[in-house]
Design a protein around this ligand. Structure first.
Ligand SMILES: [Zn+2]
Length: 422
């Protein structure tokens, strides 16, 4: 087999630096928010020539966007803004994002690329089940579908009865939605025996973390190949990264977006291949450009280029949020990394618990993992311990328990039990 081509991250960054310099100059000129932020840090635009220089620039966090409500980060005259979207804030005011005509156009272009990468063509009929309105998802997909020349079937969310009817009558070939909604539809299709009446072939799902097992079930019930799409309202919306038929990672669009991976604790830039927090700088955005926006999503920039031949590099599927991070023996661990280990541990199920204690002043981490039915518990535990050492770089205790013994929850299952401060 041919060796995978390596990503030359330094060369990529060199290509992006001209746009970066223009962005910083533009922000200093046109964005009161960023001018103030850069001044406070003692930075003038000439200081930022390279991506390495970016490390000096303070990052932008969600609360600053919220504090600027409604349009404090708008960086163009109002007559250039053609649309706003807003994030669904769980508490307090939402974040309002203004878009220029050019922003809307570039977003549609990136979305069309995503759809094409997943294999969607102008012969497809695409059922769009995310919400429309202030929310970015529905309209973002719609614009990409139209740009590509496929047929949009904009059902929006809910009304499962109608969704299934359209899916059958129109012979929808592509389904777009959240993975939870896809699972619900998949189970309905299965329950009603509609599998032979539908023509789906591709599913594009995003906006939440979903496990390998759930993916398999959706694919099997609907007879589709599924793709993970990534994005966030503050940075256009969905459509800034997607996996390809190789499913080795999510390609992201480097002509419009500069991705850094940083250590979420020290803020230092990390090399490709190392996991950390994704920080995004928008290179082309006009309405509300962002400089070093903290996503709080944990991933890495992959060291290998994809065998599919795309020149666009990839990030790993998001492993979790920095808010879920735990620190053990001076190593940062995200529960999603354990998910990932289990996927690579033969005989292990999907359920686990992490139990942290302190003994004689030292951290002890115990991972309880369910083995699949009929597996030898000790063998699974040993393999899992080996995989954690290899993939996360930490030695922990592992106990394998029989399938079905760990508690299940209909909501978010509690997996981390930190007993160190008790
Ligand atoms: Zn690829």
């Amino acid at each position: 087999m041919e060796a995978a081509k390596k990503l030359d991250l330094a060369a990529l960054y060199r290509q992006q630096e001209e746009k970066l310099r223009q962005l910083v100059a533009r922000l200093y000129e046109d964005s009161p928010f960023y001018r103030e932020k850069l001044r406070a840090a003692g930075i003038v635009p000439e200081d930022i020539r390279t991506v390495a220089d970016l490390e000096k620039v303070p990052m932008t966090d969600k609360h600053e966007l919220r504090d600027a409500y409604p349009l404090g980060l708008m960086a163009v005259p109002e007559e250039e803004v053609v649309r706003i979207h807003s994030s669904s804030g769980t508490t307090g005011k939402p974040i309002i994002v203004p878009y220029t005509r050019n922003d809307v156009e570039i977003w549609a272009e990136m979305m069309a690329r995503c759809l094409a990468m997943a294999g969607v063509t102008n012969r497809d009929r695409v059922q769009i089940t995310p919400g429309y309105g202030l929310w970015t998802a529905g309209i973002g997909f719609q614009a990409g579908v139209e740009k590509l020349g496929a047929m949009a079937v904009p059902t929006g969310p809910g009304n499962t009865e109608k969704q299934l009817e359209m899916m059958v009558d129109l012979g929808t070939t592509v389904l777009i939605g959240t993975s939870s909604y896809a699972l619900l539809l998949a189970e309905e299709v299965q329950r009603r025996g509609l599998r032979d009446k539908i023509k789906l072939r591709i599913g594009i799902f995003g906006s939440e973390r979903w496990g390998e097992k759930m993916r398999r079930r959706i694919e099997e019930y609907l007879g589709i190949e599924s793709f993970d799409i990534y994005g966030l309202t503050e940075v256009y919306g969905p459509g800034i990264a997607i996996d390809c038929p190789q499913h080795k990672g999510l390609h992201f669009w480097t002509d419009h977006l500069l991705f850094e991976i940083i250590d979420p604790v020290t803020g230092k830039q990390l090399p490709s291949g190392q996991q950390g927090e994704l920080v995004i700088t928008t290179l082309s955005k006009e309405g509300m450009p962002l400089l070093r926006y903290r996503t709080h999503d944990i991933t890495c920039i992959k060291e290998e280029l994809c065998p599919c031949g795309s020149p666009f590099p990839m990030i790993e599927r998001v492993l979790g949020r920095t808010d879920d991070m735990i620190k053990v023996k001076a190593v940062n661990i995200y529960p999603g990394q354990i998910d990932d280990v289990l996927k690579h541990t033969p005989g292990a199920g999907s359920e686990y618990q992490i139990i942290l204690t302190r003994e004689n002043g030292r951290d002890r981490m115990l991972v309880k993992v369910e083995a699949e039915a009929g597996e030898n518990l000790e063998r699974v535990a040993a393999e899992c311990r080996k995989q954690i050492k290899a993939r996360i770089g930490i030695t922990v205790d592992v106990e394998a328990v029989p399938a079905g013994t760990l508690p299940r929850s209909e909501k978010k299952t509690k997996r981390v039990f930190d007993l160190r401060d008790l």
